[in-house]
Design a protein around this ligand. Structure first.
Ligand code: SF4
Length: 367
């Protein structure tokens, strides 16, 4: 006790450990209480992205660590002689290649079909050489392996493209909304200002995003495409749960954001008919998953629930440790999910917990 009295930080840590052992939802579990500055619909509310909202819906506590406390895990320098680019950088490389190639197609300098194969592979080689200068590979073998994967991805992309050529053509690439980008040129829909979206209670939140590609169908409607370099499994959702109980919102959010930008730019009449997750890499095997604009009906309610969690300062941990599997905060978080029965009991007195229960589909009746 004398040591704890002497060192305030140890004392606070000890208090936190003791409070967590009580297994009662409290400030020590992320329930920090209402704070005006955290309300995204408030005068000082921040601009939200799909990644932020998906983190919030997956685990509010993880959102709290990342965006409120701004905690970042220390960067680990892991030397892997078998790997050149990590998943993040490889994903960016794929995006650059497709952006540059499809830009050429829109400008009439290449064909968006198997006939454009040489032009696409030329872009691949140029980008590989450029990235090699930016990030030197650990050895030649690692560079060759990822170069081959990029070429396979490019060829697979052209195969996939054939199915879309019959009904649509690309019109806008890498549209930054609420953000400026030095990497991409932008287009008439790009804007440094975020888009304002209303939730089901009429409160407005501001949203930003980087939209990989927007196509126009022959009937005039627009289709949003988002390239993913991972596997499709996370996005294979049932019709009954298109938001994956809070874990997925990018599809609906981008449908709403692009509709709004088209309207603001005087492109009224061109509805946004669907959103496609596109998987051109070996992990995705050329798959794609399409969502219709009917998602927009449920979006305003989802926004109410997510806003309530933030505005009420209810940054509780997720109710299932499946969400913890790849979480950066595991080392500091501890096993918090085994008290989840407490959610139902707390929902009646805490609107933030009630919102999280509704997102997750936790039955709070009779608790
Ligand atoms: S380890 Fe689990 S409970 Fe903790 S922040 Fe991460 S996802 Fe949330």
């Amino acid at each position: 006790a004398a040591v704890l009295r002497q060192y305030g930080h140890l004392q606070r840590g000890d208090r936190l450990r003791a409070a967590r052992e009580q297994r009662r939802l409290s400030a020590y579990y992320g329930l920090i209480g209402e704070r005006a500055e955290l309300d995204p619909a408030g005068p000082n509310g921040g601009v939200l992205s799909a990644a932020m909202l998906e983190r919030l819906g997956t685990c509010p506590l993880s959102f709290f660590f990342r965006y409120v406390l701004e905690l970042k895990p220390p960067e680990e320098l892991v030397f892997d002689p078998a790997r050149w680019l990590d998943a993040l950088h490889f994903g960016r490389l794929v995006h650059y290649v497709l952006y540059r190639f499809v830009s050429k197609c829109i400008a009439g300098e290449a064909e968006l079909s198997p006939g454009g194969r040489d032009a696409l592979l030329e872009v691949v080689e140029e980008e590989l050489a450029r990235w090699r200068r930016l990030i030197p590979p650990p050895n030649e073998a690692a560079y060759v392996v990822q170069g081959q994967e990029l070429r396979r991805t490019a060829r697979r992309f052209l195969q996939m493209q054939q199915q879309w050529n019959a009904c649509q053509r690309p019109v806008y690439l890498e549209t930054g909304i609420g953000m400026s980008s030095e990497e991409f040129e932008g287009n008439e829909l790009s804007s440094p200002e975020p888009v304002e979206l209303a939730d089901a209670l009429g409160r407005t939140i501001r949203v930003r995003g980087q939209i990989d590609r927007i196509d126009q169908r022959h009937d005039g409607s627009f289709v949003i495409m988002d390239y993913k370099t991972g596997s499709p499994s996370k996005y294979e959702v049932s019709k009954a749960k298109p938001f994956q109980q809070g874990r997925l919102i990018q599809h609906a959010l981008y449908l709403a954001v692009v509709s709004k930008r088209l309207e603001q730019c005087g492109r009224a009449g061109g509805d946004v008919s669907s959103f496609l997750y596109v998987f051109p890499t070996s992990r995705g095997q050329g798959d794609w998953i399409e969502f219709g604009s009917d998602l927009l009906e449920a979006l305003p309610r989802q926004l109410v629930l997510l806003r309530t969690i933030m505005a009420r300062g209810t940054f509780c941990p997720t109710n299932t440790d499946k969400d913890c599997r790849y979480c950066d905060y595991r080392p500091i978080c501890g096993n918090l999910t085994d008290y989840s029965p407490a959610f139902g009991k707390s929902a009646a007195s805490d609107p933030g917990i009630a919102a999280f229960c509704e997102i997750r589909g936790i039955n709070t009746a009779n608790q």
